[in-house]
Design a protein around this ligand. Structure first.
Ligand code: AMP
Length: 307
């Protein structure tokens, strides 16, 4: 079975959307990535850190999905990473209200022995030096995918540049792609990012779908039009988990197969937003995913007669 190594935050989130508000609930980039990638028959592990204020139930939830968490350190007397955000009425944009690094501030990641030669690495959102340190502990994987966000561009630009040049794929949202490159056109932004290192660039556009760029080729997948959108938190990470989970499962990292991975990622993300936090991803069934993949096909297929 192919191996996927996931790095990222395992966190407490407090979220406010026009539909409601939560106190501290389970969140974190690696959590969403792991739950999403758990839809595939692969071996996965999360390298992360939490404090001893983190409930055992949350850790069990990951373990019960067959995710190896031996590389998720529990710091005695430490406080878990905390993020809080508030969505605007259209749910397309949000303000970060608070980011408390806590135990993440001095985290030294250790990759479990079993995962030192993974097929694919998903470097989820977290300090770029932690992402880099994980890469340095590995035999070069087939594919390294990086996700990041404005917080790290604002606070750790130089470190972020060091990790970007080492990865094969960058997944990033449209606003962050513009911040990273100072280009408004996403086509120009993707070209600039490719010059920084990643040969493949995925730009996520929330409810407007996702774009995949490679050399001069572009692939576009829309997002499924949904009746219920409750909480977009984690949609980007769920996308990344679906994208890398599918690539690990198939073992095929060609551009052609990456298109399918984008579709899988978008489909899984469409479930994530239907409930608060990780709730929807916790009991998601394969059959539901397959049904929605069929919906995706009929949404995008057409036969046109040229006049
Ligand atoms: P997304 O909505 O896909 O951007 O991901 C939201 C998740 O990212 C939340 O569960 C947060 O805990 C986590 N998160 C927020 N800010 C950061 C950050 N600066 N570094 C790492 N993870 C973060």
């Amino acid at each position: 079975m192919n191996k996927l190594l996931i790095v990222g935050t395992v966190a407490f989130d407090a979220i406010e959307t026009p539909f409601g508000k939560t106190d501290k609930i389970l969140g974190g980039a690696a959590t969403y990535i792991g739950l999403s990638a758990a839809q595939f028959d692969i071996e996965s592990a999360i390298v992360s850190v939490v404090g001893d204020d983190f409930p055992q139930d949350y850790l069990d939830l990951l373990k019960n999905r067959n995710i190896d968490i031996t590389g998720t350190e529990i710091v005695k007397g430490g406080k878990t990473f905390f993020w809080s955000g508030k969505y605007h009425n259209d749910l397309n944009s949000r303000d970060t209200l608070d980011t408390q690094l806590n135990v993440l501030a001095d985290f030294q990641p250790v990759v479990p022995e079993d995962f030192k030669t993974p097929d694919i690495v998903m470097l989820g959102n977290l300090h770029p030096l932690v992402q880099l340190s994980v890469l340095e502990q590995l035999k070069r994987p087939k594919l390294v995918v990086l996700d990041t966000m404005n917080f790290w561009m604002d606070n750790t630009w130089d470190d972020l540049m060091k990790v970007i040049e080492k990865v094969d794929v960058l997944t990033i949202n449209d606003e962050e792609a513009r911040q990273l490159t100072e280009e408004y056109s996403l086509v120009k932004a993707a070209r600039k990012i490719a010059k920084m290192g990643p040969k493949y660039v995925v730009i996520k556009k929330g409810e407007h779908g996702a774009l995949l760029f490679h050399n001069n080729q572009i692939f576009f997948a829309p997002a499924l039009p949904l009746e219920e959108v409750f909480d977009p938190t984690g949609a980007g990470d769920t996308f990344a988990g679906g994208f890398t989970g599918y690539l690990a499962h198939t073992g095929d990292i060609s551009f052609k197969n990456m298109k399918n991975a984008v579709i899988y990622g978008s489909t899984l993300a469409s479930f994530c937003v239907e409930k608060f936090g990780t709730e929807r991803m916790q009991d998601l069934k394969k059959e539901e995913v397959h049904e929605r993949l069929e919906d995706f096909k009929s949404l995008t297929q057409f036969q046109i007669k040229l006049t």
